[in-house]
Design a protein around this ligand. Structure first.
Ligand code: PEP
Ligand code: MN
Length: 364
């Protein structure tokens, strides 16, 4: 059967795809027909949700947890789609799941973090998706490796899928306390730079692992020009069969979304443009100065390298490095700079400086 048959006239995937911000919500897992239908009806009634998500096949890191209702949930989703007029979205990890979902009019797919890490699985999905026009949302891999995320986009794109979006759900980091999955915003920003034309969706639920930080993380993503959100919701979050701590009621979703300040990247007026340009010119001038100073610093490092070479002195002098760090950190608060930032910044500079000295010392 062709995907797309039996669709209600009210579901326009192109329109949904282009909607900004794109709001995706629904339970972590479909548990029962009643739970799924109840959640979907409440979400539809909010008028805020564009796509209904529900996990049927749940990849749990450890066995013994609820692993989803599987294909048994597909007719529920089909029914919910009919009842609410909302496009529905599931996670797929195998070709068999793709095939089963397409037979039940599923409108969109997402690829989970535990699948993005595996090129075999991604290729299997890409092969199963060939010739099928369906939006595919690719979550970042669980480990902080952009190459895997990029590879997944390349494989799915090579299968002819035109509507690809990226979901940032954070990265595993053993022992991390604040977040369930550390956002590592720098990686997402780099991915956004590389795939500027693909919609970027924040999944604060899996980043936070709790309800209290959802708003803060969502707002941060919006401030970084993300185009949408995927937030887990449930009629009875406390009793959810998976990810109970992070799911919220549809009414809380509305409250959360109402608090978000949506911002745009577009610079609309001439005046705004001019003022921003003034600021940017000032920044450019400062960046030029920083570059010149860095070049000068490296030139002196090379001279020191020559001198150390002539006197058989090691490049690294731990006491001197400590002294630099201490001296700089004392000035941080006075200058309104964070100690952590300055430490990281100078660690990179120090490493580069060692490289320059090494070049001189060992004539590379
Ligand atoms: C989910 O969305 O419920 C899920 C399993 O997500 P992730 O792949 O990000 O862990
Ligand atoms: Mn979940």
């Amino acid at each position: 059967m062709m995907q797309g048959e039996n669709k209600l006239a009210t579901i326009h995937i192109d329109q949904t795809w282009n909607k900004r911000p794109l709001i995706i919500s629904g339970p972590c897992s479909a548990e029962t027909e009643m739970q799924l239908t109840g959640t979907a009806m409440q979400l539809m009634a909010t008028g805020k949700v564009d796509v209904l998500r529900a996990g049927l096949w749940k990849p749990r890191t450890r066995p013994g947890n609820f692993e989803g209702v599987g294909a048994a949930g597909l007719p529920w989703l089909q029914q919910v789609r009919r009842l609410t007029g909302l496009p529905v979205m599931v996670e797929v990890a195998t070709a068999a799941q793709v095939e089963a979902a397409l037979k039940h009019d599923v409108d969109m797919f997402w690829i989970g973090a535990r699948t993005t890490v595996n090129p075999f699985s991604i290729q299997e999905l890409a092969d199963a998706l060939k010739g099928i026009h369906i939006p595919v949302f690719i979550k970042n891999p669980i480990n902080p490796d952009l190459e895997l995320w990029i590879g997944a986009v390349e494989r799915i794109a090579a299968a002819g899928i035109e509507k690809i979006a990226l979901i940032h759900r954070g990265f595993s980091s053993y022992g991390n306390k604040k977040f369930r999955n550390a956002p590592m915003w720098h990686l997402a920003i780099e991915m956004k730079r590389l795939f500027n034309s693909l919609p970027f969706i924040i999944d604060p639920s899996h980043i936070c692992g709790n309800r209290t930080m959802l708003r803060e993380v969502t707002q941060h993503a919006v401030d970084l020009h993300y185009e949408g959100v995927m937030i887990e919701s449930h009629t009875d979050p406390d009793n959810a069969w998976s990810d109970a701590a992070q799911q919220i009621k549809p009414s809380s979703l509305v409250a959360l979304l109402n608090k978000i300040i949506w911002r745009t990247e577009a610079i609309t007026s001439e005046e705004l443009h001019e003022r921003l340009n003034q600021f940017r010119n000032e920044i450019n001038k400062l960046d030029d100065k920083v570059l010149e100073l860095l070049a000068e610093r490296m030139r002196i490092a090379e001279e020191i390298g020559k001198y150390k070479k002539d006197h058989d002195i090691t490049i690294l002098q731990t006491n001197r490095w400590n002294e630099i760090l201490e001296r700089l950190s004392q000035q941080c608060s006075m200058l309104g700079l964070s100690e952590n930032f300055i430490k990281q910044y100078f660690e990179v500079i120090h490493l580069e400086s060692i490289k320059h000295q090494d070049m001189v010392m060992n004539k590379k």
